[in-house]
Design a protein around this ligand. Sequence first.
Ligand SMILES: [Zn+2]
Length: 169
Amino acid sequence: MDGDRLKLTYDQHCDRMKQAIALASIAGARGEVPVGAVIVGPQGDCIAAAGNRRERRKDPTAHAEMIALRIAARRLRRWKLQDCTLYVTLEPCPMCAGAIIQARMGLVVYGADDPKTGAMRTVLNLPDSAASFHRVAVLGGILEVDCRQQLQAWFAKHRALSRGMPPCC
Ligand SMILES: [Zn+2]
């Protein structure tokens, strides 16, 4: 990771995470599990933004991070993203963590830990495992409460809907 990205302040990370939260909100309104991702390129500008689209695309790999990685690689015309930062509202799963390692991502900033499939710290730590040839810098817990509450509210609403009850909020 280069020095410039280390100098980013907590507030700047929060601003990027707010963008990811907004994308997650759009995904959630469309019936997707609300996860959003943003990739910031080497010049400090947003080069990719995506929400989860698994339902809409009928694609098990259409997680927000996977879509954002593809957009960023296409835009930079290279698959190595070592000078980029990925922001995502939920800790990446094993598939996304694997793709992030493959992309040689410079820094991953995520919001909420995922106690079920989190593969960067909570359940597994793929970037620091023997299976990883690339050490990804990881910063978790940015706007963690907002990210977690967004997911919890979505699941509470959808559980109520599936039981035929009106959502309480
Ligand atoms: Zn994933």
